[in-house]
Design a protein around this ligand. Structure first.
Ligand code: MSP
Length: 478
């Protein structure tokens, strides 16, 4: 079977990694772990997007040479993913000479096919997004994501003839050849594509120095999105020949935030079509993390640092919170307060307590041995399907239903009272049920909270069970 290729966006290095970036990466890692556990060969690709006006400007502000600046920032992203335990198989940087060479090859091919032509671009552009805007995109004249006024761009440039691909784009989305999820987002994309004539887009910049030089006109650099998209192919080793594609292609899933869905659903499939390369199978767009209703970003100054949160709460607690606080696909507020609450109620008092009382009772009443294995609770049956469908939030809900059920089952059956009454057989039945449930919970949890899952399994399947350290130590009062 073809390896399962999952990609994250490549992150702009003008920002330092924040919880918004960690969100996409953790979701991708969860899916990758899920498939690996099912013996599918998986390739998880991530990386950094290092060219363009925005990064040029960020380096200038730091009085830094762009190359030194991007080297440092790319290392920060990589370091963050390592620190958060992300198991990526490829990390692509767009400043990698091999990547740049492929971008140039591709531009030449498109030029030779007549799909890149010199012309005048006249339209709106938001540098913070590095994306073209239509008047309909703006809210009170501003880019809704960055709260800034887009610039009017009118210049001589190289155009990619995107308009030629309009019907094809509508067709591939309608037929499902290119699946876009969630459904509302797919409809939004079709709405966009069917309500107006697509404009040809400018894909070169005479004013930006920090970029891949145009092969047939080195006075221009490449529009950063055209450069960036090809990471999905260079990141798996593609050398630029459309007839020789790496075995992982087509991507099974491009995971993106909704801010970058439109470019992924228009420019990218158009470029691939232009080169006769098969399209990715699916693009899934998740929502935004907001802080008090405002999109989290460094430029807005409200970003949470995932490393700080992991230091304070652990990697798994962060994963748990990010994946379950908001249904994947929707927007929602996150906060340190919110994480603290869920940590205490669901992790320390919920799962942590379940493990510790289970161990304690098996130690005390059953000599440290699980009496029998029984079948787990129904709540867990759908978990795999839910994760497969990226419904992480619902999957966690089911698992915690089982946690709640097991805790309640203990409360109702009171093994300590049974012990006083000398009812060993009944104790054995109860604790077998609980222990089996804990094992199942840990197994289902493994893609979402890998470290916790391993810890629980090691402890509950030990030769002799004894009460161990708390899984989730209580938080110190602030
Ligand atoms: N470099 C482009 C992507 C190129 S992919 C060929 C880019 N980079 S980005 O760093 O600005 O953002 C990338 C992704 O980070 C977003 O699509 C989204 O997945 C994630 N997020 C950034 N901020 C976020 C939130 N506040 N909330 C949720 N996800 C966020 O766009």
């Amino acid at each position: 079977m073809k390896p399962f290729l999952i990609t994250t966006p490549i992150y702009y290095v003008n920002d330092v990694p924040h919880v918004g970036h960690a969100y996409t990466t953790i979701a991708a890692d969860t899916l990758a772990r899920f498939w690996r556990a099912r013996e599918r060969d998986v390739f998880l690709l991530t990386g950094t997007d290092e060219h363009g006006a925005k990064i040029e400007e960020a380096a200038r502000k730091k009085n830094s040479d762009p190359k030194a600046f991007v080297d440092e920032r790319a290392a920060a992203f990589r370091g963050a993913w390592d620190r958060l335990g992300i198991q990526y198989d490829g990390f692509i940087r767009t400043t990698d000479p091999k990547h740049k060479a492929v971008v140039q090859k591709v531009l030449q091919q498109l030029f030779d096919k007549g799909l890149i032509q010199k012309g005048v671009y006249d339209g709106l552009y938001c540098v913070a997004c590095e994306q073209y805007k239509t008047p309909g995109d703006l809210v009170n004249g501003l880019c809704p994501d960055h709260k800034r006024k887009p610039e009017v761009m009118k210049e001589e440039t190289y155009l990619f003839l995107l308009s030629r691909f309009q019907d094809r784009l509508i067709n591939v989305i309608t037929s499902g050849e290119l699946s876009i999820e969630p459904l509302e987002r797919r409809n939004e994309m079709l709405g966009f594509l069917t309500s107006q004539k697509l404009q040809d887009i400018s894909i070169s910049r005479a004013r930006v120095k920090w970029g891949v030089p145009f092969p047939f006109d080195p006075s221009h650099t490449t529009y950063v999105w055209v450069d960036a998209f090809f990471n999905y192919l260079t990141g798996i080793g593609w050398e630029g020949d459309p007839k020789k594609l790496p075995g992982q292609w087509p991507a099974d899933l491009h995971l993106v935030g909704k801010d970058i869905l439109r470019v992924h659903a228009t420019i990218w499939p158009a470029l691939l079509t232009a080169l006769d390369i098969p399209l990715p199978k699916k693009i899934f767009a998740h929502g935004y993390f907001t802080i008090a209703g405002v999109k989290m970003s460094k430029s807005l100054g409200n970003a949470l640092d995932p490393i700080n949160l992991s230091d304070e709460f652990s990697n798994d607690a962060l994963r748990f919170y990010l994946l379950s606080e908001i249904p994947f696909g929707q927007d929602g507020d996150v906060s340190v307060e919110g994480l603290k609450k869920r940590y205490t109620s669901d992790l320390a008092n919920g799962l942590g307590n379940l493990l510790s009382r289970t161990e304690m009772m098996i130690e005390k009443f059953c000599g440290g041995l699980i009496p029998d294995k029984v079948s787990p609770h129904d709540a867990l049956l759908d978990v795999d399907k839910l994760i497969e469908n990226l419904q992480f939030h619902e999957a966690v809900k089911r698992i915690w239903k089982a946690v709640g059920w097991a805790n309640l089952y203990i409360d109702e059956n009171k093994p300590w009272a049974l012990a006083k009454a000398g009812e060993q057989k009944k104790i054995n039945t109860v604790l077998s049920g609980v222990a089996s449930q804990v094992i199942e919970i840990a197994k289902k949890l493994s893609p979402i909270m890998p470290e916790t899952s391993q810890k629980i399994l090691a402890r509950i399947t030990a030769e002799k069970i004894t009460r161990g350290e708390p899984l989730f130590p209580r938080l110190r009062p602030a």
